[in-house]
Design a protein around this ligand. Structure first.
Ligand code: ADQ
Length: 483
């Protein structure tokens, strides 16, 4: 029986060591949810890193990790600290991540990182090949594994391979600056189907392939000497029902069930007539435009003092990649900005910014989504931005205003949001004012349209569409051979 092999940098599991015992909990992330219909008993295997380096796992527990993973139909790729430093913190997050998000000044070209990236990609590919049988379908995910499709194809020329890139693909003029641009493109072209969130990323990729590798590209097909590769856009959705249901449960819960956070949020709204909370949630990443957002909020308060004591920015930044210097610098910059702005505007009964630097449990995330009347999401660049979609899905009474950067992939599907350029503070301030004053009927009208679309194109549908297109490539190949 053929199966699906999913490969991503991390497994959809969280493994921790407590008192020399392994604790495994399934991850609830979007990718894990989206692929669950393909990742069920016997039908599929998921290959990725467990999140613990070889050095972190006590000698006697190495096999145990693999056993625990197997129970969830997963296979752990064992990586050393040195490999994680070079491949993940190095090439993935200091070269590809900044370059693909147009932060060229942050992009490092270190050949040691590149060597590590190649070696570790080969490690993932080797584990895939150990589990691959003819007829299996292989789906590789994201920028950490750009070379894996070719590495698999070299040993299994007949394999049906899909690749999905979760981050933007930059324009040719930016991508061409990468010293290893040919190898990276050739690596991805090992796939039969290459997916992006938006048509723009797809177009940028095709243009790089045609100008750097000089392959013939027609519409969304690339002609290689021995194969056709298809490139297409598949905008990733969310588990709509999960967020909708969580919001409905939240509204039904009694006051006694409320979290501390919810009580504090309610207190702010009840104590200030016409008050509104503005929500901001992201991983702490320079691509998310958090520092810009705080400055834009300052600009808004400077120019619209009538909103003092009426609005509060509730800002959640989830710690991320703190081994990379830019992330540490950004953390300091945000700490300083929040301190300065709170010092500048606070009154005895009000602080303009509530800042949380931590990961929060799902229930608190729902508290924030359901209680904040405005969401302000202003990435400088973002492949998609699922937070924007999750916010809308939880607005079960259809109220709430989403202000979204045009630089997020999600903006292409969410025209009813207030779409802004995050670098234009006048525009952000105007959008905040518009959001604050928007009549309920207009909010409802806009959100109903957004919700209809998000419900229809869920993460499950996204995964099904990708798989359907990938399997169609196989049928094309078979019929081509039989002519
Ligand atoms: P991310 O950059 O991580 O993803 P995003 O798409 O917004 O960005 O997803 C973040 C996820 O983390 C959301 O599902 C959200 O619910 C969750 N989350 C946020 N804050 C949390 C918290 N405090 N605690 C727990 N969970 C939290 C990358 C790309 C994006 C692309 C996705 C999917 O950078 O552009 O949309 O992959 O392809």
């Amino acid at each position: 029986m053929s199966k699906t092999i999913i490969i991503s940098n991390r497994l959809p599991l969280q493994i921790a060591i407590e008192n020399n015992q392994l604790e495994v909990t399934p991850s609830v992330g979007g990718l894990a949810t989206g692929l669950k219909s393909f990742h069920k008993d016997g039908d599929s295997v998921w290959i990725g890193w467990s999140g613990l380096t070889k050095e972190e796992i006590p000698e006697g527990l190495l096999d145990e990790v693999q056993k625990k993973a197997k129970k969830e139909n997963c296979v752990a790729v064992n990586l050393t600290q040195q490999e994680i430093d070079g491949f993940y913190y190095g090439f993935s997050n200091r070269t590809i991540w900044p370059l693909f998000h147009y932060f060229m000044e942050y992009t490092e070209s270190d050949s040691n990182y590149w060597e590590s990236y190649k070696k570790v990609n080969q490690k993932y590919a080797d584990v895939v090949l150990e589990h691959y049988k003819e007829g299996d379908v292989i789906w590789v995910h994201d920028y950490q594994l750009l070379l894996v499709p070719k590495m698999i194809r070299e040993k299994a020329p007949e394999a049906l391979i899909g690749f999905f890139n979760h981050i933007p693909f930059p324009s040719y003029e930016v991508f061409r600056t990468l010293p290893w641009r040919d190898e990276v493109l050739e690596g991805v072209l090992g796939a039969d189907l290459i997916g992006f969130h938006t048509y723009d990323y797809e177009r940028h990729f095709l243009s790089s392939v045609s100008r750097i590798l000089r392959h013939q590209t027609d519409f969304n097909e690339i002609t290689l000497p021995d194969r056709i590769v298809k490139v297409d856009s598949f905008p990733m959705g969310i588990d709509y029902e999960k967020f909708e249901q969580a919001a409905l449960d939240h509204y039904e819960s009694t006051a006694a069930d409320q979290s501390e956070l919810q009580k504090r949020l309610n207190h702010h709204l009840e104590s200030t007539p016409d008050a509104k909370l503005i929500l901001s949630i992201d991983r702490l990443d320079y691509t998310k435009g958090i520092a810009h957002r705080i400055r834009a909020f300052e600009y808004f308060l400077d120019n619209n003092p009538e909103f003092i004591e009426k609005v509060r920015l509730v800002m959640l930044a989830v710690p991320s990649r703190s081994n990379v210097p830019q992330y540490r610098r950004l953390k300091r910059e945000i700490d300083e900005l929040v301190g300065r702005i709170n010092g500048k505007f606070s009154t005895v009964s009000w602080t303009p910014i509530w800042y949380f630097y931590r990961s929060m449990p799902f229930e608190n995330l729902i508290d924030l989504y359901t209680t904040c009347g405005i969401a302000l999401l202003t990435p400088i660049r973002d492949g998609m931005n699922l937070v924007a979609k999750e916010y809308i899905a939880t607005r079960t009474d259809h109220t709430g205003v989403l202000i979204l950067s045009e630089m997020a992939g999600a903006a292409h599907e969410m025209n009813e949001a207030l779409i802004i350029n995050p670098n234009n503070f006048d525009q952000v301030a105007q959008a905040l004012k518009t959001a604050f004053e928007m009549p309920k009927e207009e909010q409802i009208e806009r959100n109903k349209m957004l919700q209809k679309r998000l419900r229809r194109y869920s993460v499950e549908k996204w995964a099904q569409d990708f798989m359907k297109s990938l399997k169609a490539m196989k049928e094309n190949r078979d019929s081509f051979k039989s002519i």
